[in-house]
Every structure is written in structure tokens, then in C-alpha cells.
Design a binder for this molecule. Structure first.
Ligand code: 5GP
Length: 211
């Protein structure tokens, strides 16, 4: 199926500031729709159902998998996370670029299923800064922070699978850079196959002297 919008996968270490970045991106430009994932992890203080995540039980999540209702899903630090299919399909059809803020296993599955997806990897300028941001959140235990840093080490091994690296130092600069990268991606031949096929047909007709 051909979509009008493109799928934009954004990954990055936990604490990289992706959440804030994505919210700012969709607020600034109306070309984008942010997919809200389903998860079995408990809500953090301040998180809202349906806005940050759809918080569901393990049984409900496994039913979604069985029903084929997820575009992709993965396990991360002992919990399930997945992207609901219906919203993504609908927004792409409406011409929106859909942002999936997901971890690396999910990102690789998306790339396999949708080769024209754009993959961006967000990182803070240094890993010292990452730890500072994780601790500064004040919502995670020491053990969770350690698990997330260890997971970051594993994820760092997969960065080359992404199309672009985005260094999140200053929020506004970073939002502008992401917008520029996504807009640029629209011009890649890979994402304009119908247009290219059309100009080839026209050239063929013209060269035969047809109108
Ligand atoms: P957190 O618990 O910090 O909200 O998220 C943990 C990790 O799960 C983050 O790297 C986040 O990007 C990722 N994540 C969130 N939603 C999804 C999803 O729907 N699918 C996948 N594969 N990863 C997700």
C-alpha cells in the first residue's frame, strides 16, 4: 500500500529527551502526528492515559499481538511496548508524517517492513549528561537507572542502522534540525516512486512522438 505521509522512527537512549523533543516538534509543525504507544509498564507520576501511553495489562497486550493490532512491539526492561496500527495507518493516509518514538528492536522491525521509513537516533551531547538527565527525572530508582544505562550500552551498538544522528543539546535547534531532516527525506527517490514512474512513462510517450 502506498501512503502519502512517511513513517519517522525516533529512537534514543532513555533520558535523551526524546519525549520533550517530539512533543515540541508536533506542536510547532502540523505536518506531523505523534503515535501513542501501548505499554504494560506502570505510569510515572504526571503521565496521562492516552497522551503519554495507553497503559494496559500483559494479558491485554498479548491479545493485541494475537489480533495483529500492532505495527510492531518489543520488550524493554521487562515490559511490553507496541505501536497501535489503526492510528498510524489513518494518519499516513491523511498525508501526515507519523512519528514513532520507539526503541531499537522496534525500529529495526519497522525498517524491515517499511523500507521507506526514516530512522533518526537522538542522543544527548555526552553520556555524563545522559546520566544527569536520568537522575534528574527523580522518578526512577537507582536500580532502574542502572538497567537503563546498561540498555543504552546495548542500543549504542545499533546506531549505524539509523539514517541520521540528532544531537539534543538545545531544544529549539534540535526541533528545527529534525524538521529539516524529515522534509529533506521527502525528496529521496525511494519515497517518490510513483512520481518517478510517471515521468518515465511521459518521457517514453514523448520520445515516441505521442502527446
Ligand atoms: P519509557 O519506559 O522510558 O517510556 O520507554 C522505554 C523505551 O521504550 C523507550 O526507548 C521508548 O522509545 C520505547 N518505546 C515506547 N513506545 C514503544 C513502542 O510502541 N514500541 C517500541 N518498540 N518501543 C517503544
Amino acid at each position: 500500500m502506498k501512503h502519502k505521509g512517511i513513517l519517522v522512527v525516533v529512537s534514543g537512549f532513555s533520558g535523551a529527551g526524546k519525549g520533550t523533543l517530539m512533543k515540541q516538534l508536533v506542536k510547532t509543525y502540523d505536518a506531523y502526528a505523534l503515535s501513542v504507544s501501548m505499554t504494560t509498564r506502570a505510569p510515572r507520576p504526571g503521565e496521562t492515559e492516552g497522551k503519554d501511553y495507553f497503559f494496559i495489562s500483559k494479558e491485554e497486550f498479548e491479545k493485541k499481538i494475537a489480533d495483529g493490532a500492532l505495527v510492531e512491539y518489543a520488550q524493554y526492561c521487562g515490559n511490553y511496548y507496541g505501536t497501535p496500527k489503526e492510528y498510524v495507518e489513518k494518519q499516513l493516509e491523511h498525508g501526515k508524517d507519523v512519528i514513532l518514538e520507539i526503541e531499537i528492536q522496534g525500529a529495526l522491525k519497522i525498517k524491515e517492513r517499511f523500507p521507506s521509513a526514516l530512522l533518526l537516533f537522538v542522543t544527548p551531547p555526552s553520556m555524563k549528561e545522559l546520566k544527569r538527565r536520568l537522575c534528574g527525572r527523580g522518578t526512577e530508582t537507582e536500580e532502574i537507572i542502572r538497567a537503563r544505562l546498561s540498555r543504552a550500552g546495548e542500543e549504542a551498538e545499533g546506531i549505524e542502522a539509523y539514517d541520521y544522528l540528532v544531537i539534543n543539546d538545545d531544544l529549539e535547534t534540535c526541533v528545527k534540525q529534525m524538521h529539516a531532516l524529515i522534509q529533506g527525506a521527502h525528496s529521496a527517490p525511494l519515497r517518490n516512486e510513483a512520481f518517478i514512474a510517471n515521468i518515465r512513462t511521459q518521457l517514453e510517450e514523448l520520445s515516441k512522438g505521442e502527446k
